[in-house]
Design a protein around this ligand. Sequence first.
Ligand code: EPU
Length: 302
Amino acid sequence: MTSPFKQGLDKVCKGRVRFNEPLSRHTSFGIGGPCDAFIYPADLEDLQKVLALCKEQEVPVFVIGNGTNLLVGDGGIRGAVLKLSQACFQIESSGELVSVGAGVGLARFLWWCARQGLGGMEFASGIPGSVGGAIRGNAGTLKGEISDRVMQVEGIDLESGESLCLNGDKVGFAYRKTDLPSSFIITKATFQLYRDSLENVKLRMDEYFLIRKRSQPLDERSAGCIFRNPEGSSAGQLIDEAGCKGMSRGGAVVSSLHANFIINRGGATASDVLMLIKDVKKRVRDRTGVNLELEIEVIGEF
Ligand code: EPU
């Protein structure tokens, strides 16, 4: 990290900045080495200024949501990590259309919907990510996915600094992914919901959450499902049938509740998790011929 960048941040950024911040504090795995600068832009204008500075100083930018679908290397990230929980935190509604900042936690958004008597997002009950992260990865469950409800996505193009607004059908939503380039920083999205009673919405939220809680290790440190489901089958079932539950490397272990979860049972490194991922992939390939693909994002230096 060059001192002109640090000085520049001092000058342009109104938000909080932490240097050499361990990313283990910002991931649900509790794993990840330090990034050069961890920045909470104070508002949209601040975000734009920070992005322009990063571009001018050729500092790589990574936007982190709630860090819940992420494996960060033990060597951390060379560059700036931006967290939008302050710059993009608003929820505003106009009837059944709701515009939500990318930095809002999905859980907060869901409770807001329940209180307003707006249905449609209950499928996401128990998904721990941020709205921005959920959009980028088209987060979902068997009950629905983000793309079912998103009408528009707003963001900033890192290269040009331009603000863009895309209609839902231009986002390229597919199973657990979108076509949005990494240079597109999501700032906000508009969701189409529908009127319902608080009781109905809450009932569905509770029901879906309980189903997940019974079958997934929600209280442990993990990054959710590690692998995407291959077409027509379940990665969890394949991993289970290949006998991988309980397999471990260092502090990382395959959950005995749901085989598509890897848990940090304490002191796991990113390398432990990566080795375990390779072990599981190999065993499933040897036993079934299926080549599992990662669902989580792997970034940084290992
Ligand atoms: N199964 C096993 N053993 C296991 C796990 C699952 O035999 O260890 C079997 C189950 O009995 C069931 C089938 O596999 O017959 C499917 O399991 P489940 O209902 O748990 O769904 P999944 O396909 O494993 C998907 C999403 C989850 C989402 C759940 C619930 C993916 C990769 N996973 O899991 O999403 O929460 O449905 O809707 O799409 C995530 O994206 O991080 C995630 C956890």
